[in-house]
Ligand binder design. Structure first.
Ligand SMILES: NC(=[NH2+])NCCC[C@H](N)C(=O)O
Length: 402
């Protein structure tokens, strides 16, 4: 069951992915394509991730792991066969015969090894590919992988978005993450969690428009903000808006951010932490075009440009007089950008006024403290090397309604 009608309602259930050996497949000479800033040390990354998970459990949140749900979804052989077809199709394997060989290899692996291999990728030096009998195996020998690993899976926020009682299965903007949503598609149909009542996907994944969960902020059961970014396109926002209007949503606010890694997702720039309180990137407000999308006649949509400040936009969206925006790093040009870079504005709200985040963002944390926000912290030295924080590393499944 999915029940997510806000960013702040008490979090009862969440999906995480504990990083595994896929982090050891990060190639230091290929960080940009793999979307990492540096090479995390797996043991410490797992320790940090376990501390994150423990905070959640200690605070009454049920934690489920993406890998377990995926395992359940792959137990049926016919489902696994169909996944293997879809997955190899999307994996950019360099030849037809090599793709066939990869499919055979996956089909013959036992379930645990198969699951690990999906996350870790397949290297050319894998013994199964020792005898080179396809052109694909004899060429491009400087490629390390036949099938790339998926080191970004621990950012469970991005590959899907649970919203209301449904899900948006993402279309990832970056090639390296393109296959992650496929796991979620199968999870929402075939895992024990969902097989009796598969979740409805509000997106059409055949559309050529990118959309990622980090760009979606569920302000209330009536209003959603969506970042229009390098990863989430206007076309996807239009499509999702129409779907949400059918579900009774009344307005979608599109925040157009600079397209690039600086403003990767909206959730690195703005996070809701209490009924009327947000952490935000003070260097952006004012320079961002905001558009209000509302239902038009006969299933069409209306779009107007909104020139107000973020304070005013968010207050209107929440139908209140004023909201409080806490500037990440107190707006200092160095500290502010340092803490934004280290995900100071990317905390996970576990109930109104109570959040979980990295311990490294001292200035933002002390501002939160002054505002009476309760903060639980964990170390993120290794995890932050992937440029994501507690919000990016979690996908809420059930929040209490507020
Ligand atoms: N929702 C987020 N802010 N996610 C951060 C994702 C970081 C990941 N390395 C990427 O570049 O895709």
């Amino acid at each position: 069951m999915i029940q997510v009608y806000s960013e702040i309602g008490k979090l009862n259930k969440v999906m995480l992915h504990r990083p595994c050996n896929e982090l050891y497949q990060i190639n230091p000479f290929n960080l940009e394509e793999m979307l990492f800033e540096d090479t995390p040390y797996l043991k410490d990354a797992q320790f940090e991730h376990d501390s994150f998970s423990k905070i959640l459990k200690d605070n009454g949140v049920e934690v489920v792991y993406l890998k377990d749900l995926f395992y359940q979804a792959m137990m049926r052989e016919d489902v696994r066969r169909s996944f293997i077809l879809d997955f190899t199709e999307l994996s950019n394997i360099s030849s037809i015969r090599l793709k066939e060989k990869v499919k055979n290899h996956y089909t013959n692996l036992d379930l645990n090894d198969f699951i690990d291999s999906v996350f870790e990728g397949l290297r050319r030096d894998n013994p199964y590919f020792k005898k080179k009998d396809s052109l694909g195996e004899m060429t491009y020998l400087d490629d390390i992988f036949i099938v790339n690993p998926m080191p970004n899976c621990y950012f469970t926020r991005d590959s899907s978005v649970n919203i209301a009682d449904s899900v948006i299965i993402s279309n990832m903007g970056k090639q390296f993450r393109r296959r992650e949503p496929l796991l979620l598609k199968y999870i929402h149909q075939y895992s024990d969690e969902f097989k009796d009542n598969p979740t409805i996907n509000l997106f059409d994944n055949t559309l050529p428009y990118g959309i990622e969960g980090g760009d979606i902020i569920i302000l209330s059961d009536k209003v959603v903000c969506i970042g229009c970014t390098e990863r989430t396109s206007p076309g996807a926002i239009e499509y999702v808006s129409m779907k949400l209007f059918e579900k009774g949503y009344e307005a979608i606010y599109a925040f157009e951010l600079e397209r690039g890694r600086n403003a990767m997702h909206l959730d690195g720039m703005l996070t809701m932490i209490d009924y009327e309180t947000f952490i935000f990137n003070p260097f952006l407000s004012g320079s961002v075009n905001v558009f209000k999308i509302s239902p038009g006649r006969e299933k069409s949509i209306k779009v107007i440009s909104v020139t107000d400040s973020w304070e005013k936009v968010l207050a209107d969206a929440l139908n209140t007089n004023a909201v409080k925006l806490i500037p990440c790093g107190n707006g200092d040009r160095i500290i502010g950008n340092w803490e934004l870079w280290n995900l100071g504005s990317n905390v996970l709200t576990i109930k109104p006024g109570e959040v979980v985040g990295y311990d490294r963002n001292d200035v933002t944390l002390s501002l939160l403290d002054k505002e009476g926000i309760k903060v639980h912290t964990f170390s993120g030295s290794e995890l932050s090397r992937g440029r994501g924080g507690a919000r990016c590393m979690s996908m809420p499944m059930i929040r209490e309604k507020i």
